[in-house]
Design a protein around this ligand. Structure first.
Ligand code: ATP
Ligand code: MG
Length: 763
């Protein structure tokens, strides 16, 4: 185990108990060190597997960590606390649901469910959704929770904020009534449970001797507080991270946690690793040079002894369709050279980019797998089935009720549902439970729905989980609905996939023989622990879950990667965010255009640009041997054709480490499309390399042009506006009357102007 480590890594792995921080760049072995330290602590008898907790960033990473651990040491990892913050908090709350003030069957709202729930609240309380857009309320609530604040902790400086705080409280009451928690609530509840309940806190503080955290730079304030509480005075906290890879500030991550941790805990114990074992020289130097452009870094210098390797290849295509085509051609060449498909990753900034690439891969018959992003469990048809299952498991779940009460349509109108909602409010109960009290015409059809749910729920006592899901798909008439739909084939496949996922799930969890609704006797590991700690057993009730309940939790917390195909050798597609911590032999980074990457929301905020640059740093450092970067001169996004400038990040890559593969397009987009077609045909990348040898990047020669009312506009062009003054065109979209320009004005910031109307002079 130690042989493979370099001296600094070994020092980190074998540090004596106490807090420590490993601060090191990408690919320097942080995750390897963390896993080796777990194995070393166990092997040297300093701690039992039970006395360790490890926090990772994704469920996938947690699974990999356990796999690596068992390959180093033959131990039983069941009952070990290795998972994401959300996963571990969920576990804590399931164990101690009573003390946490939750119902045993509490279910988890994902982001979309949360928004639906807020919309419902806004409507029920006659709130003006122009003044209080549900998304704004959602952002407000989540930010408060990430800061550990309840409505009562907040000050209302002005009427608008006072109303938001009231809405937060109303939303909280609604969740309580319906027995659901959102993602932020999982963390906050778990934090409050530990901070308020001394016996439980002391129990866990006694249990965990070592707590290890990967990707520490992306923890938020509440997560850090939770860790400190869990660690108490005795446990050793071991955190690894890289400030240059902090990419979740937009979701409340606080890179300042690293400095705080160093000050409060690690003090002298900071280890730096500088050798990169992942990427070849040109790739690593490109990443180093790029990130140099950020300010306020903690500062690291990465080197490699694995040689220069190949130059970074950059290719500019006329359109997103051609970009996808070019990538797929390269992918085929790589596969022909013998590269396994799973070692090829295609990364993008925004989920919307994947469709074109997927389409191309699909039409070429290349197997691929999309991670994260549009998660399997978020697909419409899957959410419908899950809503039936949730309603069977928890009759108070009004969000689930509203999703399926009239889907597939069964003649239950909006009026009937409103009537039911009024009645439920009067009686202080949920929608499903209020049905029997309903009078009049609406009653019959709603009663039929209640019976349907009841019948399904009774099947849960007989059928296994996969059988139950099949039953629900059939009896809810979802099956018939999608069979009748001309475009339902893919949805039917996904429904089958859900049954497969349930089969894998019950197998892995040891639930195969159990009816879906039956609660098993005891959870191994946890209950035995409670026996040894009568104090804790008294303080809380253990809550093992039924296969159905656990599966619903799994569906909310997992990315829902297509498990049934996990073993298949497929090309890997994902957003850059989802690629964090991973590595591949060959990586494509796509869409290097201003407004896309860096993302348009970040363009006018220096902090935003730096976060985008860290994202690009993460993307580059995923590649081992070969890195491709692509960009398109025009792109269909959200139903509009957009023309954009080359990303500023391309300029930040040193010339000696890159090579431009494509001919430079100096003509109009139409012509360049044709020329790129010629360039593409029948050439392997080898011959392309020769014919299009290193093109120096000649600054911004702009080809993205729009003509409106005889006036020609170009991306990058200077303009003058009567009111706003001087500015530069950043982005052009649409055509004719719909043509718009995103302009960065020197004095007033960015504005989007309709070109047919705005009086712009070109300068
Ligand atoms: P990231 O910042 O991207 O999360 P990391 O710092 O966690 O990266 P690892 O994923 O642990 O880095 O390691 C990167 C690669 O280097 C892995 O393939 C790992 O097996 C390999 N590696 C780490 N240390 C060594 C070593 N001492 N000798 C050889 N290979 C190593
Ligand atoms: Mg890592």
């Amino acid at each position: 185990m130690m042989d493979r480590l370099n001296p600094e890594q070994r020092a980190a792995v074998t540090l004596p108990s106490g807090h420590a921080l490993v601060l090191a760049g990408a690919g320097s072995g942080k995750t390897s060190v963390l896993t080796s330290r777990m194995a070393w602590l166990i092997q040297t008898g300093q701690v039992s597997p039970h006395g360790l907790a490890a926090v990772t960033f994704t469920n996938k990473a947690a699974r990999e960590m356990l796999t690596r651990l068992t390959s180093l040491l033959p131990i039983d990892t069941r009952g070990m606390w290795v998972g994401t913050f959300h996963g571990l908090c969920n576990r804590l709350l399931r164990m101690h649901y009573r003390d946490a003030g939750l119902v045993q069957t509490f279910q988890i709202l994902d982001t979309a469910d949360q928004l639906a729930s807020i919309k419902r609240l806004v409507k029920a309380n006659n709130i003006d959704d122009e003044k209080f857009p549900p998304k704004e309320i959602q952002k407000f609530i989540n930010a408060c929770k990430e800061d550990g604040q309840r409505p009562g902790d907040l000050d209302a400086h002005d009427p608008h904020r006072r109303r938001l705080i009231e809405l937060y409280q109303l939303y909280q009451d609604q969740c309580e009534r319906e027995g659901v928690v959102d993602f932020g609530e999982l963390l906050l509840r778990a934090y409050e449970l530990l901070s308020r309940n001394a016996p439980i806190r002391e129990h866990y503080q006694r249990r965990f001797k070592h707590i290890l955290v990967d990707e520490f730079q992306d923890t938020n304030v509440l997560q850090y507080r939770w860790l400190r509480l869990l660690a108490g005075e005795q446990a050793s906290l071991f955190a690894v991270g890289d400030d240059d890879q902090s990419i979740y500030a937009f979701r409340g991550a606080n890179v300042g946690n690293m400095a705080d941790f160093e000050r409060d805990y690690a003090r002298g114990n900071v280890i730096r690793l500088e050798q990169n074992y992942r990427s070849c020289g040109h790739i690593l130097e490109s990443a180093n040079a790029l990130i140099e452009n950020n300010s306020g870094r903690l500062g690291k210098n990465l080197w490699t002894d694995s040689g220069e390797g190949e130059l970074v290849r950059i290719s500019e295509l006329a359109s997103d369709a051609l970009e996808a085509q070019w990538i797929v051609d390269e992918v085929r060449a790589l596969i022909a050279e013998g590269k396994p498909r799973r070692e090829i990753a295609i990364l993008y900034r925004s989920n919307a980019q994947s469709r074109v690439i997927e389409h191309r891969l699909f039409s070429q018959g290349l197997p691929y797998k999309v991670y994260g992003g549009h998660r399997f469990f978020e697909r419409q048809e899957i959410k419908h089935v899950l809503a039936y299952l949730r309603l069977m498991d928890n009759a108070d779940d009004d969000t689930a009720f509203l999703r399926v009460v009239n889907f597939p349509t069964r003649g239950i109108g909006a009026r009937s549902v409103e009537q039911l909602a009024d009645l439920a409010r009067e009686r202080g109960t949920s929608l499903l439970r209020a049905i029997p009290y309903l009078q009049g015409r609406a009653a019959t059809s709603l009663m039929r729905f209640a019976t349907l749910i009841q019948d399904m729920a009774s099947q849960a006592q007989i059928l296994s989980l996969p059988e139950l899901i099949e039953h629900v798909v059939h009896h809810s008439t979802l099956l018939a609905h999608y069979q009748a739909d001309r475009e339902g084939a893919e949805r039917l496949e996904n429904l089958q996939e859900l049954v497969n996922a349930a089969t894998v799930f019950v197998g892995e969890e040891g639930f195969a023989e159990l009816p879906a609704g039956r609660v098993p006797e005891a959870v191994p590991g946890e209950s035995e622990q409670a026996m040894q700690n009568p104090e804790q057993a008294a303080a809380s009730v253990l809550a093992p879950m039924s296969p159905l309940g656990s599966f619903l939790t799994h569906a909310s917390l997992e990315a829902g990667d297509n498990q049934a195909q996990a073993g298949q050798d497929a090309i890997q597609l994902m957003t850059i965010h989802a690629a964090k911590g991973l590595e591949f032999d060959a990586v494509f980074i796509t869409g290097l255009e201003e407004g896309l990457f860096p993302h348009e929301n970040s363009l006018f905020d220096p902090g935003g640009i730096e976060e985008e640059r860290r994202l690009m740093y993460v993307a580059i450092t995923r590649a081992r041997q070969r890195l491709y970067i692509t960009l398109a001169q025009s792109r269909m996004l959200h139903g509009q054709t957009r023309y954009a400038m080359r990303s500023r990040f391309l300029e930040e890559l040193p010339e000696q480490h890159i090579k431009w593969l494509s001919a430079r397009y100096t003509s109009s987009p139409m012509q360049s499309e044709a020329s790129s077609g010629a360039f593409r045909r029948g050439q392997s990348w080898e011959s392309k390399d020769k014919s299009y040898s290193a093109q120096p990047y000649g600054g911004r020669s702009h080809t993205s042009v729009l003509e409106v009312n005889g006036q020609t506009f170009r991306v990058g062009q200077g303009v003058h506006h009567n009111r706003f003054g001087e500015g530069t065109i950043i982005n052009l979209t649409g055509q004719g009357e719909d043509a718009q320009a995103l302009i960065q004005f020197r004095e007033v910031g960015s504005k989007t102007l309709a070109l047919a109307i705005a009086k712009l002079d070109t300068v």
